[in-house]
Write a protein that binds this ligand. Sequence first.
Ligand SMILES: [Zn+2]
Ligand SMILES: [Zn+2]
Length: 361
Amino acid sequence: MCSDPNCAHEPNLPEWFVDDLGPLGVPYTKPEDFAVPPKESTGILFTEDHEKKGYNVKEIGDGVYWVSSGWYDCMFVRTGNGVVAVDAPPAIGENLLSAIEETTDEPVTHMVYSHWHADHVGAASIFGPDIKRVGHNKTRELLERFPDPDRPPPMETFEKDEVLDVNGVKIELSYKGQNHCEGNIFIYLPKPKILAAIDIASPGWVTFRDCDSSDNLSGYVDAFDQILEYDFNTIISGHVSKTGGRADVLEGREYMHDLQALAREALETVDVAYFAKQLSAERRTSFRWVEEEYFSACTNYVTKRMLEKKDPRGRTWAERLSGADVMTKHNAYWALEKTRLEKHHNGYVKRGNVHPPKYYV
Ligand SMILES: [Zn+2]
Ligand SMILES: [Zn+2]
């Protein structure tokens, strides 16, 4: 039983539920603490088709199909003599085979890996051992280094740009450097103007927590600009339950720019000494507490300003991007940490000064 009288959780808590850690743990929230996402942001979720089959498949261009399980999506391309699958998220899993069989008798002959992450290509083995697997050199290197029987490494790899021509259907693959992770590529079909850019922009929704766990935040933000250089009508993001367009990418980029600017401002404004000075001589070794409070203060500085900011039409980020109220604190922390490490560092110790200064009394 939960001991907190204000707790929103069910009275018979599961055995694994930990709620008594206090400041040693993270706080729980209630659904009512956040806005209800509008129906238009939930795409194919809650549709009859999805509830019956567990997935939706839709032709979004000539021979190009989008498959979604709701929170994960991928695509495949019919070439007239074989199907090219782009990603195979385990959340869609064997339903991807059903989706392909629902639309064509052509066998799957190729699979393109957007990046090496298990949540997007962790069902790559469903196509059997004989197909051609294509991806970036880094994807191959990472999958050879961290082997997974369900993610056989791509053996046809490239460094910068590659055109995959399957039965005359051209698919442009491009790597513009590390963003969300190393080896994450853009997959573009010039004729129907469809772009798959996985784990960057999420149409209608805020980016997932910690800026989608992006290894390199500067590269991740640059990727929005790289997407906008393409002439595309439809973008596939790998997530949420719908495809998007240019306006979604512009909106996602604006959110990230706001976040980066406020992270820089917080790093220049919030004073670590304020917390360090609270340590008594007996507690002077409690550096980790100082760091904890400093980062909490920086994160709250950014989160409050992000959530209060309004666009020229008077809309807040939570009104523009679903989930912004839930995720912004996590994205704020990530933006702070990555800005601190990737951008110019404000301040260094001058000759003769001592770091850290003696704050305690
Ligand atoms: Zn990923
Ligand atoms: Zn993802």
